[in-house]
Design a protein around this ligand. Sequence first.
Ligand SMILES: [Fe+2]
Ligand SMILES: [Fe+2]
Length: 572
Amino acid sequence: MLPETPLESVVPFTPASLGVDLCGCAKDKPSHKTPHVRAAFHALSQAFAKPFSVVDIESGEIVYAESESFPCDLTGRLGLLAEVSRSGKPAIIEDVSPLLMFAVPLLSLPVDPPLVAVGVFAYEHVENQKQMAAAAHAFGVDSERALNWIANQTLWPPRALLQLGEAVIQNLVQENQIKRLHHEINDAVGHARDTYIELALLHRLTRHLHLSESEAELWKSALAWLADAVQAQSLALVSHHSTNVKSQRFQIEDPSGVLTQGECPTEKANLQRLVSQLGSRIHESPLVLNRAETSLPTWGFPEIRELVCVPVRVGTQLMGWLLALNHQGTAGEEFSTFGSVEIRLLSSVSTILGIHISNLDLYQQQAELFSGAVRALSSTIDAKDRYTSGHSDRVARVSVSLADTLGLDKQKQDLIYLAGLLHDIGKIGIDDQVLNKPGVLTDEEFEHIKQHPQFGYDILKGVRSLESILPVVLHHHEAWNGNGYPSGLKGKETPQVARIVAVADAFDAMSSDRPYRKGMSDEKLDSIFREGAGSQWDPEVVEAFFSIRDKISEISNSEPVEMPCPTPVPGC
Ligand SMILES: [Fe+2]
Ligand SMILES: [Fe+2]
């Protein structure tokens, strides 16, 4: 049974005192002096009040030690150290009374190959010099100096060594776990912060896509919001000048084709030169350049230290680039760099801008197609009824002026313009001979003509985008007193838009020349309207008519004007 001795102050058993040079071992392996290894070394040294040597169990090299560490002679002991490492428990691997060699596996350290800490301890008093000489010889040190060393050593009971070794290992494992968790939490917080910034940016941008009044305004806003999210001296949007850009939406008002936000470190023209020099490197994928590249003598833009460049594409077409220039790092950081966070932010904005441009182009194409179809229909009516050329266009424009005077909103005015153009679409179904008859119609012919509102309704009722003008097509010949057709609606039973078109329609019919009669004089026409207000027509609309009488004459006498035909809002 080994005697137990209380701890007392120790005199280090130094390599110098033992005539052994340790320095080479430790200095040759600086890569092993990681914070983890250093922390384990100090934890053991503190717990045992004695420096250990940290050993690579594959090569046998001492990878970490301090000048006070015991100069272990590990020749022939690597197998034992490997066994200790495998077991994961501290063990006494050599026992030559009064000394023992104690090994602690450092499995909790993220290093490969595994490391083991080794220390030499005295566990009993020296009985005679011969005994000490044998022990010193076994551990590979000078026996006389070993004798001096042991005289001042605390004696360690082996069981206490093993128990304390276990406790230190547990502690190291827990500390490393806490450090790892701390890292993971920091990473998660950083990731969550980056994601939040990105989502907030995209939310602002997508919300603004609907509200933006012009694309130029949207580009400016996108750069301003990116500036809030990216730590850069400046953000820039550079248009691609050297290809045939089909979309008119990506036009930057500045003659340089460059829009900037923040304090741009260089001239706008230089940014065009920069994207031109980077060439195909930035046509498909994002590019990040930091000081490793920009400090090279070949870099031609010394004012730009860091750069992120992301292409803005619409389908397969390259429209331009989004740039972040010069990272504005945290104060005190010598080198700050752009990386994956900035690429993601710029790429997200670039993708949304690209989709938005594409949508605007599609919308414009659809609007042009719709407008063309409406005008084609309108021209068909006018071509069929050769006496009323330009009638639909004039009715449309007069109706809009009346609607505006009556305070109808823009959506209703758009609807009424479209309705004016197509109100007589049903004439397609009227016999040409009746429609173009120069003289007075018979009762039968008049009854046939009176069918055109219903014909028009039937033609358009399946066209979803024209549903909102159906009330005008069907009811523009109703009368305020209920004597109109086809439904005999009275007063406000007739939709207001139809009552407005009815006035514009009657005005144009009475004021236009026909082959069989001249258009009415203004005086006669005005007296008919005064008389018919409240019987034939809505008195409010007639009042509006007289309030803009001159403007209406002007419209009536002007050449047809092609106003845009906006797609009507459903339910308007
Ligand atoms: Fe009509
Ligand atoms: Fe008409």
